[in-house]
Design a protein around this ligand. Structure first.
Ligand code: AGP
Length: 608
């Protein structure tokens, strides 16, 4: 987590640093700071949002041609101004850091013995003092940084400036993302492309262990061994408009409403190619042909996408499929079958738990690895043999919405491809599935049109403290997703159960104060779900049912029904994800929470 920026230019860099941090705020938002070099090194830090820090920077007239900035999600040390970045050493060197330094205690003891005083509880401050220590002995910021990072264990992306060397700054990464933005007579670094796209589209993604020496007119990059390397520059296609709110009030609202477009874009290559291995990159046919089973690894919402896919993969492709939370898998003595396909799902492509689970799978001998990801060039796809990029576009709201539904498309494409390779998908069925996909954006649009009715429900959820979500089969993961969305942004405690599990314990919670949301379209398990709903009604529980026309539900006392679009068949979970997202969004609005930046969370979770 945390976002970092750096800039060197012939103009004041403060506006770039502030705007860049605002774009990166989704990565962490409990405090922010800048350090800028003009005649002297000046720093501004504030707890709270970047806007508060911006106000202070303006009030203090902060300006300069060289500077770094940071927006924080606290790990080591509480949310205080003293723990906010940049950290300063000897009054002349400033550093920003994203990541976690594991050997910070031992480094701190050593640096204390060398006479450095610590002002914060952070692991990051040790890096500032360590570089300063070597700068004093080496006399060169690049060499000092290279030497210091070799002594760090853990993950970092850093940017460092020193008053001794006003013509350059140095940046480095290991385990956390960092890119260089190449301008005309000015250069930048940032945690992701959204922070630089207003000033340049030409970017270089730094690789693990790289150190970049950034000057006005050039950027020299060195690999972990210290050798000078050439890294390819990319032209980013992220548009500024995609990072703006437009007519919406929140990014989450915008992203919910973008789903017909995001799904249509993600479907496009599938419709064009059919269920073909090349959707997953060159060489995929070889890797996918003899797969004997599928192991899906992911966290949070991405994990729930995997749970939906398990039903598809087992039913359509006829392959055994397990889905596991990445942070559990990575510490389990898992039995590896190298003929199994490992699928990691991650919107950001940088979730540490998922990345480590992938590394662990590879260490067990898994070579058939596929990543489903929304961020090009991010770490997880780069560490995978195959990749499918969802075309959701930048997702900025912390609550994942369009990333989830497009992940489902990718997983459906994988299912169809595996089924076809295994001779289980004839041309007629393939055509039928492709037609279902083609109609999906329309069905999703119909689901979005339910917003006024869902807003009326949100009124009833406003003063509740708990909620239960029920579903069965393919729609059980949608119940899980609905509960996660509601708790994440409205702070109402919500849990999801497979409806059949209710009587084994959770039914004890049901009373008139417990709203029970049921995902109940007309599928093979509908009659079972109806019996489970009776169990709730008999205990005075109030039911909120999302059901399609064929489910034959009517409003009655204690039973509220919203008719979802009829999109029968295996893609129905995609359509039913929409109303649960809207319910969470509308409820959070009523409760006045910070929808896009819910408390204690951050968008990409690069810590354990
Ligand atoms: C969902 O709304 C979450 N904010 C969270 O669960 C998220 O899906 C999870 O952290 C995984 O992120 P990733 O897809 O970027 O790996």
């Amino acid at each position: 987590m945390c976002g970092i920026v750096g800039a060197i230019a012939q103009r004041d860099v403060v506006p770039f640093l502030v705007n860049g941090l605002k774009r990166l705020e989704y990565r962490g938002y409990d405090s922010a700071g800048l350090a800028v070099l003009s005649d002297e090194l000046r720093r501004v830090r504030r707890t709270g949002r970047v806007a508060e820090m911006e106000g202070a920077a303006l009030a203090e007239g902060l300006h300069g041609f060289l500077g770094i900035g940071h927006t924080r999600w606290a790990t080591h040390g509480g949310v205080t101004e003293g723990n906010a970045h940049p950290h300063i050493s000897d009054g002349e060197l400033a550093l920003v850091h994203n990541g976690i330094i594991e050997n910070h205690e031992e480094q701190r003891d050593r640096l204390r013995a060398l006479g450095y005083a610590f002002e914060s509880q952070t692991d990051s401050e040790v890096i500032a003092h360590l570089i300063q220590h070597y700068l004093k002995t080496e006399g060169d910021l690049l060499h000092a940084t290279q030497k210091a990072v070799r002594e760090l264990t853990g993950a970092y992306a850093i940017a460092v400036v020193s008053q001794r060397e006003p013509g350059r700054f140095v940046a480095a990464r290991m385990g956390c993302p960092l890119l260089v933005g190449l301008g005309e007579g000015e250069n930048f670094v940032a945690s992701d492309v959204s922070a630089v796209v207003a000033v340049t589209r030409k970017v270089i993604f730094l690789e693990e262990g790289d150190v970049a020496d950034v000057h006005l007119d050039r950027v020299d990059i060195y690999d972990a061994s210290g050798a000078r390397v050439d890294r390819r520059a990319h032209m980013s296609d992220v548009s500024l408009a995609s990072l703006e709110l437009g007519p919406f009030n929140h990014f989450m609202q915008k992203e919910i409403h973008e789903q017909p477009r995001a799904i249509a874009d993600t479907i496009e290559p599938v419709i064009a190619e059919g269920f073909a291995p090349r959707l997953f990159g060159a060489g995929a046919e070889e890797l996918l042909r003899d797969v004997e089973g599928v192991q899906i690894l992911a966290c949070g919402t991405s994990y729930y996408a995997g749970l939906v896919a398990r039903y598809w993969i087992e039913e359509i492709a006829g392959l055994p499929c397990s889905v596991e939370i990445a942070s559990e898998y990575r510490y389990r003595a898992a039995h590896a079958n190298p003929n199994n396909l490992i699928v990691t799902i991650s919107q950001s492509g940088e979730t540490l738990d998922t990345m480590e689970a992938l590394k662990y799978a590879k260490s067990l001998g898994h070579g058939k690895t596929l990543s489903i990801c929304n961020v090009p060039e991010s770490a997880i796809p780069r560490a995978s043999a195959m990749v499918f990029y969802t075309r959701a576009g930048a997702e900025i709201g912390v609550a994942s919405t369009k990333a989830f539904t497009t992940q489902l498309i990718a997983l459906f494409a994988l299912t169809g491809t595996l089924a076809k390779l295994r001779g289980r998908l004839d041309a007629a069925r393939e055509h039928e599935f492709l037609e279902d996909l083609r109609h999906l954006p329309g069905s999703v649009q119909h689901a979005l049109n339910l917003e006024p009715q869902i807003t009326a429900w949100a009124e009833m959820f406003n003063h509740k403290h708990h909620a239960l979500f029920l579903g069965r089969g393919l729609h059980y993961p949608i119940a899980l997703e609905g509960a996660l969305k509601l708790k994440e942004i409205s702070y109402i405690h919500a849990e999801a159960y497979p409806a059949g599990e209710l009587k084994h314990g959770p039914l004890a919670l049901v009373d008139a104060d417990m709203p029970v949301v049921v995902i109940a379209p007309n599928d093979a398990l509908l009659e079972k779900v109806k019996s489970n709903m009776q169990e709730v009604r008999a205990r005075g529980g109030e039911l909120f049912v999302f059901a399609d026309a064929d489910s034959h539900f009517r409003d009655s006392e204690g039973v509220h029904v919203i008719r979802t679009p009829r999109h029968v068949g295996l893609l129905s979970p995609v359509v039913h994800a929409i109303p649960v997202q809207l319910l969470a969004y509308r409820t959070a609005l009523k409760r006045g929470t910070d929808v896009d930046k819910p408390r204690n969370l951050a968008k990409s979770v690069t810590v354990e």
